[in-house]
Design a protein around this ligand. Structure first.
Ligand SMILES: Cc1cc2nc3c(=O)[nH]c(=O)nc-3n(C[C@H](O)[C@H](O)[C@H](O)COP(=O)(O)OP(=O)(O)OC[C@H]3O[C@@H](n4cnc5c(N)ncnc54)[C@H](O)[C@@H]3O)c2cc1C
Length: 495
């Protein structure tokens, strides 16, 4: 058996012009492939150093065609479409929990979607016990913690590998009404067994000195919340998946848009994914995890007279401002303003509410988030807009974020955004937004082997490992660890 070196592209980054570029330290990694069955194939592509962010050419709708012939050379147990955090972690879970072979397909590369823009908060602070997502979030966070521990047990540092830090989180209030609400939240989460306390403005002076609030303000402090660095985490997971290529169980098809689902005859089973370059046969399951593109991708497949599909996943644009190598001051925790939760859950047709301000998801909303990442960058956010699939940087949104953060951290006002232009990076991502606020995770009704995992909006990193486990259990026919009913498609997207 002849060993053969394969060059594989690892990861991409967004620069201020919305152009993908590869971080120099992670340009290529090399993998020794001892399995000729896989080495002979174009199963791992190498990316150009930069790629236009325009997705028009490769995020089209899937066309359904009939399976004419089967080629064993591109045959896998599971074919996953989308290599964002959701697709990558589903691949990981299947590879670790079974002996199935997995193909991962992406129109570009990992981190080219919403994932690349993620701030990395793995937080419970702004989640509510008793809601339908609570259990999934708790399970997912447990799995993240287990992953960090297992990295440590292998003699590596989770901080280095994932950018994993127990920063704790501060949910900040400016008004007396918000403070009262945060006190209730502290009470509620404490009853769930989480460590939580309310900090007055005086307490905050020692805990987070740069955070300056009026007397009636304060913060709910959750010391056990985490953050990760999304680029390091994705690189780690992608690299782990690639180890299975040596066994002939894993293959990547990057820069290959999925353009069709192939069905033998008119059966309820999908036999293959047609990409722009290959037909990838699936023996057991197809998983569509294409973020905000999932709706249009799946639409054509479901054109059946007896099933009416409405998968209303929309791209919800978000800007994040990163000031590189920030030295002017330190932040000790992850910070977020209380209003963030309202912005996140805003519905398309908001109505008046007695419980506080209501935001319409159609409008631009900016809520303050601030943290220092593992590389010493100041990461400031974030915005939400439903303005289509454009990922153009909008300077007015950046100014908005800058001003909003300055209202909480006045030291920033001494810096000029213009002067920081050379050391700043803007990340833009399209969150996969669903109006009812829950991801879709489950089988597509009418099909026996097509699963969806999409619609995680602003919590895809937080929910990724729980989602991956859920999909893997469904594919393998295992009982799910968490009730999957709230995430089913039937009744929500199918009528
Ligand atoms: C500014 C910002 C901050 C955020 N902060 C956080 C945070 O702190 N914590 C948190 O939990 N979440 C956060 N999120 C949300 C999180 O990033 C998303 O929920 C998550 O990344 C969604 O992952 P995904 O894999 O579903 O989608 P994506 O990352 O968008 O991946 C979808 C993939 O599908 C591919 N694709 C699309 N069409 C096709 C096709 N036809 N064929 C093949 N491939 C295709 C795309 O190229 C892409 O790589 C943030 C998001 C933004 C924008």
């Amino acid at each position: 058996m002849v060993a053969m070196a394969l060059k594989i592209t690892v990861i991409s980054n967004l620069n201020t012009n919305g152009v993908l570029s590869l971080p120099p330290n992670r340009l290529h990694s090399h993998l020794l492939c001892s399995n000729p069955k896989f080495c002979g194939r174009r199963f791992i592509g190498s990316a150009p150093l930069s790629l236009s962010r325009s997705k028009k050419s490769w995020h089209g709708s899937l066309q359904v065609s009939n399976l004419s012939q089967s080629s064993a050379s591109n045959s896998f147990d599971v074919v996953i479409v989308g290599a964002g955090i959701i697709g990558l972690t589903i691949a990981r879970h299947l590879l670790l929990a079974s002996d199935l072979s997995v193909a991962l397909v992406d129109a570009a590369v990992p981190c080219s979607g919403a994932t690349g823009a993620g701030q990395g908060y793995i937080w419970k602070a702004h989640k509510s016990p008793g809601t339908e997502k609570w259990e999934l979030m708790m399970r997912s966070h447990q799995l993240w913690e287990n992953l960090a521990k297992s990295i440590q047990l292998q003699g590596m540092d989770p901080l280095e590998e994932l950018g994993w830090k127990k920063t704790g989180s501060l949910l900040v209030s400016k008004t007396a009404a918000e403070s009262a609400m945060l006190k209730e939240r502290v009470e509620e989460l404490s009853q769930e067994g989480l460590r939580a306390e309310f900090l007055s403005t005086n307490d905050l002076l020692s805990e987070e000195p740069e955070l300056v609030l009026e007397q009636e303000g304060g913060a709910a402090f959750f010391p056990d919340d985490y953050q990760l660095d999304v680029h390091r985490t994705v690189a780690f997971i992608a690299e782990g998946n690639r180890r299975f290529a040596v066994e002939g169980r894993y293959a990547e098809f990057y820069h290959e848009a999925a353009i069709g689902l192939v069905r033998p005859g008119n059966s309820c089973e999908v036999g293959a994914i047609q990409t722009s370059k290959n037909t990838l046969h699936s023996k057991k399951a197809v998983v569509i995890a294409a973020g905000c593109w999932t709706g249009s991708l799946i639409h054509d497949l479901i054109k059946q007279p007896d099933i009416e599909l409405d998968l209303p996943i929309k791209p919800r644009k978000g800007h994040l401002l990163v000031i590189e190598n920030f030295k002017s001051f330190k932040l000790n925790h992850g910070i977020m303003e209380t209003g963030y939760a309202n912005h996140q859950s805003a519905t398309l047709n908001a109505t008046a509410s007695n419980s506080g301000p209501v935001y319409n998801a159609q409008d631009l909303s900016v809520s303050m988030t601030a943290t220092i990442d593992v590389s010493g960058n100041l990461v400031l956010g974030s915005s939400r807009q439903l303005v289509g699939f454009s990922t153009e940087v909008d300077e007015s949104v950046i100014n908005h974020i800058w001003q909003r953060v300055g209202e909480f951290i006045p030291a920033l006002r001494q810096e000029s955004l213009e002067d920081l232009r050379q050391s700043r990076e803007v990340r833009v991502g399209l969150r996969p937004y669903i109006p009812d606020g829950k991801p879709v995770i489950g089988l597509v009704p009418g099909f026996s082997n097509v699963f969806l995992a999409a619609g995680h909006e602003g919590e895809g990193l937080s929910l990724a490992l729980g989602t991956a486990e859920m999909i893997a259990d469904m594919v393998l026919g295992n009982p799910c660890k968490v009730d999957a009913t709230p995430f089913a498609l039937l009744g929500r997207c199918f009528h």
